[in-house]
Design a protein around this ligand. Structure first.
Ligand code: ADP
Ligand code: ZN
Length: 706
């Protein structure tokens, strides 16, 4: 394992293993098999890459997608790891060269498709080579019940039979139990330990709103993702085209992607999305499989997906790099009607039932009044402890109201008008809108005419939508989408039960919906953009995607810490030795051109930074406290954190003089460090004569080498 840590630091430039990476790597190094379930972005690749590098021989990685292979191999090569792939897109010469490297044991990792692996030629090559391990990526492809079934995957147990004793690792991000069991069966992994991680994606902020307007989408993008890459999903090709056109008119760079476009255009658009920095892809669900881009900052749904599974998979494409990302969805009554109609139109009754129940679960997620993440994870049988604090509901809990009375009016209006009309008409009747059809039909005489004037038209629509979502109302598609009462409606109509509904959300929640860039402060924007542009030019030169040079997370850390030496640069997560040597000097030059006060070169929280900035200006804790409307001890606590983290030094704080420091140190020697209560003991020991906050700062400095 010492080797494993060394490879982690030197080759990949990371400080620590994540999740169960260390255990998994250790198992493989000890010749054991492993079954790994980790969410997207969790860091599955390192689990087999590191053992493949350390173990003698070549690690064979089975991967279903050619596009993915290339990116992985590019990334490995950039980090100085010798890797290759074999697929049908290569020339014969290229293929032969790689095969030779395999036999000569000149590469550490070889990526192949399952089809290729199963050929006799490949199997006999493998028998002549030394093999470090087999990694079976996207292992859920063996599952018939899964969504990406590949029949070749089912033959992969051949590896076990023909190459006994070589450790195998199967990896997937698909959570459900049934698929998991199938992988173990099909791949004969009964002996292997299963490494199951939480499927939570804590960096993704979830937001679902029922107001589906173009303006809403634009505001969301402009406020939170102005220069970011994102994916927008629409249900139809037409809507894809319209949305992309419209976004382009608004000055954004949006490209369409759907099955109706030529293969060539699809490829170009996908490539631009991968290789450029701020492209928005507007797509049908045809897009996304095998998109491994780590810095997708948002995924937006302009229509309802079919199920929670689909929603989770599609939104999961955001934020693979672990930085904050947004899953944003807006839907309307029309979507719900459309999906219901699509289900109705399918003629397989069993399929209809499944689809209905999946849609119901999705609607429950949309209409929930408690934490979205909790709801999602519970759906996947994962227990959660409490509200997440990173979803729209947690950030601004919706108000509910006792809608029993209004619902009775809404249902009653359906009944009185003969269960033959849609939402628009019903709302007109309730609010006594002048409408010729109503008069022709004599519905200005029914008892529900005008009884809903106290509620706005939009509010009525929302009530109907929620009643449909909750199953009180059915839709009759033979009757052009007329609303009808379901069984469930009766007790409500008779006043036997009460019903609470969500209030219409008025405006987007005030609180920042996304922390996508909260890791960057205003003073960081300029440098970050400069680094990003430089990275882009390097990426072009090397013809790789920008994130293969350094990912966003690494650039953010560089921007915050502003290292000035190669050594300091090497401490930054994602800067391995090879990249440091190759690109280090140039990045340092750019950083050096954007100097800020050393106090602000830190990764401390925003509030601490605000204090530091003000203190630099005012040089007085009292004044900073007043301006920030915080207590003096809070200001000292901020300074103390900055001291602890070695951003600032004790003697840079004007209120602290040498005599005090000596006294406090002396007192600490006598009282001992005393854990959390230590400062209090010292304070009392010094007869409360020295400011408590100062004691705090001096104690913090003791852990550092000042
Ligand atoms: P997955 O295949 O599980 O979706 P990846 O293997 O692509 O995820 O890893 C996601 C990102 O996290 C990559 O940018 C990867 O380099 C990074 N990463 C993986 N392990 C670590 C680690 N231990 N420390 C820091 N970053 C890591
Ligand atoms: Zn939440």
């Amino acid at each position: 394992m010492k080797n494993a840590y060394q490879v982690l630091h030197k080759v990949f430039g990371y400080q620590e293993f994540r999740h169960q990476q260390a255990d998994i790597i250790e198992a493989l190094l000890n010749n054991q098999d492993a079954m790994v379930l980790m969410p997207t972005g969790g860091g599955k690749s390192l689990c087999y890459q590191i053992p493949a590098i350390i173990r003698p021989g070549v690690g064979i990685v089975v991967s279903p997608l050619i596009a993915l292979m290339q990116d992985q191999v590019d990334a490995l090569n950039q980090s100085g790891v010798s890797a290759g792939y074999l697929n049908s897109n290569q020339s014969n010469d290229e293929q032969q060269q790689i095969e030779q490297q395999l036999i000569n044991n000149e590469i550490d990792l070889l990526y192949v498709t399952p089809e290729r692996l199963l050929t006799n030629r490949m199997l006999s090559l493998l028998r002549r080579a030394e093999i470090a391990l087999f990694a079976i990526d996207e292992a859920h492809c063996v599952s018939q019940w899964g969504h990406d079934f590949r029949k070749e995957y089912q033959q992969l147990n051949i590896l076990h039979q023909q190459f006994p004793g070589i450790p195998r690792i199967a990896l997937t991000a698909t959570a459900d139990k049934r698929t998991r069991q199938e992988i173990i069966e099909q791949l004969d992994l009964h002996q292997s330990k299963t490494y199951l991680n939480s499927f939570d994606r804590p960096n993704i902020h979830y937001q679902i709103s029922e107001q589906n307007t173009k303006a809403g989408l634009l505001t969301f993008i402009q406020n939170h993702h102005k220069h970011d890459a994102g994916i927008i999903y629409c249900l139809s090709r037409k809507k894809v085209e319209e949305t992309a056109d419209w976004l382009n008119q608004q000055g954004l760079q949006a490209l369409p992607y759907h099955a109706g476009l030529s293969q060539q255009l699809r490829e170009t658009n996908q490539k631009r999305f991968l290789r450029e920095d701020s492209i928005i892809i507007v797509a049908t669900i045809a897009f996304g499989m095998g998109i491994d881009k780590p810095d997708v900052r948002f995924v937006a749904h302009l229509n309802l997906p079919k199920s929670i599974e689909a929603y989770y998979q599609e939104t999961g494409r955001a934020g693979r790099d672990g930085l904050a990302a947004d899953a944003w969805m807006a839907y309307g009554l029309k979507d719900l009607m459309l999906l219901k109609q699509m289900i109705q139109d399918s003629d397989n009754e069993m399929q209809q039932r499944i689809s209905h129940s999946k849609l119901d679960s999705l609607m429950a997620l949309c209409e929930t009044t408690s934490c979205r993440r909790e709801h999602l994870l519970n759906y996947f049988d994962e227990e959660t402890s409490s509200s997440c604090g990173n979803c729209d509901i947690c950030n601004s809990p919706p108000e509910t109201w006792d809608a029993t009375d209004a619902c009775r009016k809404a249902l009653s209006c359906i009944y009185r008008t003969g269960q033959r009309f849609g939402v628009g008409y019903l709302t007109d009747v309730l609010t006594a809108k002048s409408n010729e059809r109503i008069i022709q039909n004599g519905h200005d005489k029914v008892t529900t005419y005008g009884i809903g004037k106290d509620i706005s038209v939009n509010e009525w629509k929302s009530i109907y939508r929620q009643l449909i979502a909750k199953g009180y109302i059915d839709i009759n598609f033979e009757q052009y989408g007329a609303l009808t009462l379901s069984e469930k409606a009766r007790p409500l109509l008779r006043g036997e039960i009460e019903l609470k509904l969500r209030k219409q959300t008025k405006k987007a929640a005030k609180k920042s919906e996304s922390k996508a860039k909260s890791t960057l402060r205003d003073i960081d924007e300029e440098l970050f953009e400069a680094l990003r542009q430089y990275r882009y030019s390097l990426a072009q030169k090397e013809s790789v995607p920008p994130y293969v040079i350094f990912n966003d997370k690494t650039l953010v850390e560089m921007t915050r810490k502003r290292p000035s030496t190669l050594d300091q640069l090497g401490q930054i997560s994602g800067v391995g030795d090879k990249k440091k040597d190759k690109f280090g000097e140039q990045f340092l030059t750019i950083i050096n051109q954007h100097k800020i006060h050393p106090w602000l070169q830190n990764e401390l929280s925003d509030t601490i930074n605000t204090t530091l900035e003000l203190y630099l200006k005012l040089k007085d804790t009292q004044a900073v406290a007043e301006q920030r409307q915080l207590t003096v001890s809070t200001i000292y606590a901020h300074l103390s954190s900055a001291i602890k983290n070695e951003t600032i030094q004790l003697d840079e704080i004007v209120e602290i003089n040498d005599a005090d420091i000596r006294q406090i140190r002396h007192a600490i020697d006598l009282c001992g460090e005393g854990g959390d209560d230590g400062a209090k003991a010292v304070f009392e020991f010094l007869n409360s004569e020295i400011e408590y906050g100062i004691i705090h700062c001096v104690r913090s400095s003791l852990g550092t080498h000042t």
